[in-house]
Every structure is written in C-alpha cells, then in structure tokens.
Design a protein around this ligand. Structure first.
Ligand code: SAM
Length: 221
C-alpha cells in the first residue's frame, strides 16, 4: 500500500512513522508514505498557499491550485514511473474533513482491499477550497465529531488503521483483532494485584482455559 500525503506540515508525521509497527512496515516495504508540500509548487511569489474566504469570515482557506497540481502530479508520475508491470495501480483520494463521512474499520478494510495508492489531502486553517473535492472526486472523511487544527493527525490515524489491514504489517494474522472476538477489557499477570490494601482479581473465566466460555465473556466485555 502506498500512502501519499499532501500537507504543509510533513514533519508532523516523523515520530509516529519512525517507531514500532509503522516503522517495521515501512522497512519491510509493506507500506510506503510520501509527502508533497503545496508550498513547493505554489505559483504565489510569497509562497502563500492560503487566501481569504469568499463571502467573508475569519481565517484563511487553502488555495486549490497548488493542491490540484500536486494531486495530478502524484497520479501521473506514480503511474508512469513506478507502475509494477504485474499490478494495476488503483488510486483513492481522501480529503480530511470534520464534516465528512465517519471513518470506520469497514472503510479501512475496503480501502486496503480495493486500492494500491491512497492520497490524503490535509487541510489547515478554515479548510480547503471546495473545488479540490470536485476536481479530484475525493471522499471527504472525518475521524470523529470534533475539530482538529489540521488534517495531519487524522491522516495518521487512517494510515495506521488502514495499514493494519495490509498483508504483512501485523506479524501474526491473529493480531488483527477486528476479525476475531475481542474484548476491550484485557488482563495479564499477576492474577491478583494488590493496591493500597485492596485486591484486584483477574476474572476467573479468563483463567479457566475454556475457550467457549472465554469467547462468550469477551463478547460482552
Ligand atoms: N470548518 C473547517 C472544515 O469544516 O473543514 C474546519 C477546519 S479545521 C480547523 C482544519 C482542518 O483540520 C480541516 O480542513 C481538516 O483537514 C482537518 N480536520 C479537523 N477536524 C477533523 C476531523 N475530525 N476529521 C478529519 N479532519 C479534520
């Protein structure tokens, strides 16, 4: 899976991608992540990538042209230069937007299954000129009912979740908890924990070795 991120703050991704499972997935080549900065291609002589909103209001809007230029370049270049002969590249474009459709595991699964390349467009300020969505045919996607300062965190959340669905990213297929009965209430040793004079026990059923009962318990916890 190839992720392409259009952002004016590519450095924000560094620490998350350079550790743990994301780093391993990148090192193994199971995923790739590339960044494209609208500031590098803006035709504005002051390197501006935003302008005041039509209709008035506070804040600035990200200009369409630099984003569209990058988007067109990514699809064209990737297709021409990196197309593996055996595999047809299938692109999906996502604009991070608090008003978009809600991101879910189902969306992550479908994205990983149906596409080889995902382009994320990260907004800042008051958002992105709406003509970017019109021209790119992007999905508008939200990671939750709250407003972030930019689309970068949202893109990172989606990269993490979609990567889990890519073969070879999680060492053990069993680790994909989305596909098995799992609980949000987990325990490890010791079976009895003492804290401030009180004892905290691991539920007996989890220590029973009876997997039918354990699965049943996990469905409800
Ligand atoms: N009114 C603007 C809008 O609806 O797009 C809010 C802009 S917000 C301050 C700046 C950027 O952060 C957005 O353009 C979007 O890319 C990103 N963003 C904020 N909250 C988000 C969320 N819950 N899910 C996805 N992206 C979000």
């Amino acid at each position: 899976m190839n992720f392409h991120v259009i952002t004016i703050f590519p450095n924000l991704f560094d620490s998350y991608l350079n550790d743990s499972i994301m780093k391993k997935a990148l090192d193994k080549g199971s995923i790739s992540v590339q960044f494209y900065n609208p500031r590098d291609v803006t035709k504005n002589k002051h390197k501006k990538v935003d302008d005041i909103p039509y209709g008035g209001g506070p804040g600035m809007v990200m200009m369409a042209e630099p984003i569209i230029d990058l988007w067109a370049d990514i699809t064209k270049k990737t297709l021409i230069e990196k197309l593996p002969l055996t595999k047809k590249r299938k692109f999906k474009t996502i604009i991070l937007s608090p008003g978009g459709e809600k991101f879910t595991t189902e969306y992550a699964k479908a994205s990983a299954k149906e596409h080889t390349d995902i382009i994320f467009i990260c907004g800042r300020y008051e958002g992105i000129d709406a003509r970017v969505a019109e021209i790119t045919g992007a999905d508008l996607v939200s990671i939750g009912d709250y407003v972030l300062t930019g689309g970068e965190l949202a893109a990172m959340v989606m990269i993490d979740s979609i990567s889990r669905q890519v073969d070879g990213v999680l060492g053990n297929k069993q680790s994909l908890e989305e596909d098995r009965i799992s609980s949000h209430e987990m325990y490890t040793r010791p079976a009895e924990l003492k804290y401030k004079g009180k004892k905290y026990q691991v539920p007996e059923v989890l220590q029973s070795g009876n997997h039918k009962l354990i699965d049943e318990w996990r469905k409800h916890h």
